[in-house]
Design a protein around this ligand. Structure first.
Ligand SMILES: *Cc1c(COP(=O)(O)O)cnc(C)c1O
Length: 422
C-alpha cells in the first residue's frame, strides 16, 4: 500500500528502534498486543456493558470484554473493574463526574511538583469544574509530607482526595491518605497510571486495600495499549444514599459504570479492550514479574550512578521506575537538555521540578524512566554506560560534534536489541 501515512509509520518504527527511549510514561508493547489493536473489533459498536448492550451482534465482544475484566481483577485482586475508559484522563473524568458536583472541592498533588493535569489543573476540566487545592513535596526532602496533606485536607474539606503522580519517584502511603480522607469525609482516589505494573506484581504498596477507587492507564509500566481502567478493591454502597427506582441503594460500581457510559464516553473501543486483555494476560506471567523487578533495579542503579556523577535527583533517588533530575547545578535548562538528548537519539522529557523558577515550557529538570529500555532488554550492567551517555550530552549540550558521536554510539548499541516483528 503506498499511502504517505504508512511511509510515516515506517519512519516512526525506525525512530523507536534506533534510539534510547527514556520517557517514563512510554513502553514497547508486544506484537500480540499490537495485533489485537489492529483487528476487526474496531468495526463494532458496543455501547453499554457485557450482557447489557444497546447494539446487537455483541455476543463475541461480550466474551472478550468479560475476559479482559477478569484478567484485570486477577492482576490487582480487585472486586470490580471497568475496562472501557479510552485513556487515563478519561478514567479520571468518569470518576469525577460520578463522584462530584460542579463546584465541589478536590485535593490533589501539585502539577508543578509532579502531579497530573487531571488532578485539578486550571487548564483541565478538573480545575474548571471543581475547586482544586493541592499538596506538594517538602523542599528539603523532596517527599510528600503527610502532615501537610492532613493540614490541607482539614483546611479545604475536599469531597475527593487524589493520590498519584506523573513524576514522583517515591512510594505512596495509601493507608495514611485513607485515614486523612476518612477524617474529613472525603472519597480517596489513587491514580496509579505510572507505577501500575509494579503495584500489580507487588513491588510497591497496594492502593486497592486502602483507596475507595483506583484509576490507571494501561500503556505505561503495564505495557498494554493506550487506554485507561477504573478499579475498586471492594465495592460499597454509594455514600450519598442514591437509590435505584426500586428503592435499593445503588452500589458505587453502578455509579462509576455510568460515569464512563453514558457520563463521559460513547461506544467503547473493543479492539483496545481486547488488546488490554492480551496485555493483562502477559502481566500475569512470570516473565512480566521478572520484567518489573528489572525495571526497578535499572532505575535504582541509574539513579545512584547519576547521583555519584553529581546530579541532583529530587528526593535523592527512586523507589519505582522513574526519577526527576534538577539540572540547575549543571547550568542547563530542561528544554535545552531535552533538545540535545533528542539530537543524540536519547528521548526524555523536560519536566518542572518542585519549586521551579522556570516556566513549564523551559523547566529546570528532566524526567527519566526505565520501563521502555527494560522491555528492550537493558540490564544492570548497562546502566553505568547509559548514565555516562546522558552525562556526555548534558555537559556538552552545545557541542554538535559530541552530540553526533553520542548519537552514533546510541544507534550502534541499539542495533543489538531488535524490536517488533510485525
Ligand atoms: C499519564 C497519566 C494520566 C493520563 O493518561 P492519558 O492516557 O494520557 O490520558 C493520568 N494520570 C496520571 C497520574 C498520569 O501519569
Amino acid at each position: 500500500m503506498s499511502d504517505l501515512i504508512f511511509d510515516l509509520i515506517e519512519q516512526e518504527k525506525k525512530r523507536q528502534t534506533e534510539g534510547l527511549e527514556l520517557i517514563a510514561s512510554e513502553n514497547y508493547v508486544s506484537d500480540d498486543v499490537m495485533r489485537a489493536m489492529g483487528s476487526v473489533l474496531t468495526n463494532k459498536y458496543a455501547e453499554g456493558l457485557p450482557g447489557k448492550r444497546y447494539y446487537g451482534g455483541c455476543e463475541i465482544v461480550d466474551i472478550i470484554e468479560n475476559e479482559t475484566r477478569n484478567r484485570l481483577k486477577e492482576l490487582f485482586n480487585a472486586e470490580w473493574v471497568n475496562v472501557q475508559p479510552h485513556s487515563g484522563a478519561q478514567a479520571n473524568a468518569a470518576v469525577m463526574l460520578a463522584c462530584l458536583n460542579a463546584g465541589d472541592s478536590i485535593l490533589g498533588f501539585d502539577l508543578s511538583h509532579g502531579g497530573h493535569l487531571t488532578h485539578g489543573s486550571p487548564v483541565n476540566f478538573s480545575g474548571k469544574f471543581y475547586k482544586a487545592h493541592f499538596y506538594g513535596v517538602n523542599e528539603t526532602s523532596g517527599r510528600i509530607d503527610m502532615n501537610v496533606v492532613e493540614e490541607k485536607a482539614k483546611a479545604t474539606q475536599p469531597k475527593l482526595i487524589i493520590c498519584g503522580a506523573s513524576a514522583y519517584s517515591r512510594d505512596w502511603e495509601y493507608a495514611e491518605f485513607r485515614r486523612i480522607a476518612d477524617s474529613v469525609g472525603a472519597l480517596l482516589l489513587a491514580d496509579i497510571s505510572h507505577p501500575a505494573g509494579l503495584i500489580a506484581r507487588g513491588l510497591l504498596n497496594d492502593p486497592l486495600e486502602h483507596c475507595h477507587i483506583v484509576t490507571s492507564t494501561t500503556h505505561k509500566t503495564l505495557r498494554g495499549p493506550r487506554g485507561g481502567v477504573i478499579m475498586m478493591g471492594k465495592d460499597f454502597e454509594n455514600p450519598w444514599g442514591i437509590k435505584t427506582p426500586k428503592g435499593v441503594t445503588r452500589m458505587m460500581s453502578a455509579i462509576l459504570d455510568s460515569g464512563v457510559f453514558p457520563g463521559t464516553q460513547g461506544g467503547p473501543l473493543e479492539h483496545v479492550i481486547a488488546s488490554k486483555g492480551v496485555a493483562f494476560g502477559e502481566a500475569l506471567t512470570e516473565e512480566y514479574f521478572n520484567y518489573t523487578l528489572q525495571v526497578v533495579k535499572n532505575a535504582s542503579i541509574l539513579a545512584n550512578t547519576l547521583v555519584e556523577m553529581g546530579y541532583n535527583l529530587i528526593s535523592s533517588g527512586t523507589d519505582n521506575h522513574c526519577m526527576l533530575i534538577d539540572l540547575r547545578n549543571k547550568d542547563v535548562t530542561g528544554k535545552d537538555a531535552e533538545k540535545a538528548l533528542e539530537f543524540a537519539h536519547i528521548t526524555v522529557n523536560k519536566n518542572m521540578v518542585p519549586f521551579d523558577d522556570k516556566s513549564p515550557f523551559v523547566t529546570s529538570g528532566i524526567r527519566i524512566g526505565t520501563p521502555a529500555i527494560t522491555t528492550r532488554g537493558l540490564l544492570d550492567t548497562d546502566m553505568p554506560r547509559l548514565a555516562s551517555l546522558i552525562d556526555r550530552v548534558i555537559t556538552n549540550y552545545e557541542n554538535e560534534d559530541t552530540l553526533i558521536k553520542v548519537k552514533s554510539e546510541v544507534n550502534d548499541w541499539m542495533s543489538n536489541y531488535p524490536l517488533f516483528s510485525l
